[in-house]
Design a protein around this ligand. Sequence first.
Ligand SMILES: NC(=O)c1ccc[n+]([C@@H]2O[C@H](COP(=O)([O-])OP(=O)(O)OC[C@H]3O[C@@H](n4cnc5c(N)ncnc54)[C@H](OP(=O)(O)O)[C@@H]3O)[C@@H](O)[C@H]2O)c1
Length: 334
Amino acid sequence: MADTYRKVVIHRLTGEFRTATSIVETARVAPGPGEVLVRNRYAGVNAIFDQNLCRNTIRYVDVVPPYDMGVEAIGEVVEVGARVEGFSVGDAVTNVKLGAGYREYQVADAGKLIRVREPTPEILALMASGISAMVALERIADMKHGETIAVSAAAGGLGHFVVQLAKRAGNHVIALTGSDHKADLLRELGADRVVNYRSESLREVLEREYPRGIDIAYDSVGGEIFDAFLDHLAKYGRLIVSGHTSDFDKPIEDVPHPRAYHKLYWKSASIRAFQNPAFPQYFDDAAHRILDLYYRGEVRALVDPTPFVGLEAAADAVEYLLAGRNAGKVVLRL
Ligand SMILES: NC(=O)c1ccc[n+]([C@@H]2O[C@H](COP(=O)([O-])OP(=O)(O)OC[C@H]3O[C@@H](n4cnc5c(N)ncnc54)[C@H](OP(=O)(O)O)[C@@H]3O)[C@@H](O)[C@H]2O)c1
């Protein structure tokens, strides 16, 4: 094992991943008590979060360069520190931690690692986006069965888990996408009604086919999709704000709408926001249950097939996702 390894850091807050980051060499340090050294094999690409870090616009983080990048990783234990129980060299492990992802090695707190069967990109996708989907649907959206659930960016890293978990719970799922190829994938995953918003109007579909309204609208795109969801909630409907991909890097738009309470009050409907770092108390339970579903073949983890290999490819991966080209989770192979 070499004495140094490489990682991606923000060196300048340019607002754009490619120009804000660089790859630096750093010394490999031995794990301390309670820690293990992990050789990262795959890192999850969270392009919007990454881009926001490069603009220092994540509200719970203050980015002072040099700042380590990447969040979730999966790999193998290569060295075990003192007083670590339950981990050995060669174990496949995964974790979600700011700065842990876009690097070849990481020293990790053993107490925060999850042991998995093998270090695959599919398991990595489950551990970040799959857990978020499960926690958001069950704990924030209060998902029941027999409901109508609409999902935007449904073929994305997070969205494809929302589709499957909503379907498994016995709900009718409306899945939104911007491409016919992703529409086919969504039908394979069990979506009941797929809407390609480039060829159909979401508003018209909801008015014509869902006059009772939707019980849960799971939105991570924002803009006009959010507006259409808000206008079509059913009685007791819940609109989950899980991101706003369409305008995260634009100035906040003033929109001439009636105030939200006029749309919510008479239906006893609600808008609820979900940011996964706010709900760590639910992660362990969700991690074990979603892994179990995956190992039993009851949930699929889609990884986008475009290969991004090595830290040099991180900027390409971020731009690919920002262009909306991905189907499934985008990962970086290390
Ligand atoms: N709440 C949380 O804790 C949490 C956790 C993880 C991620 N997120 C957020 O969830 C969202 C999805 O993240 P992800 O990493 O899983 O990404 P993703 O959904 O895999 O990729 C983004 C998808 O959004 C769709 N899209 C719609 N309008 C777009 C636009 N104007 N530009 C680009 N893409 C557009 C595209 O799919 P179509 O072409 O099919 O529409 C694209 O594939 C992001 O906003 C992210 O910040 C939130």
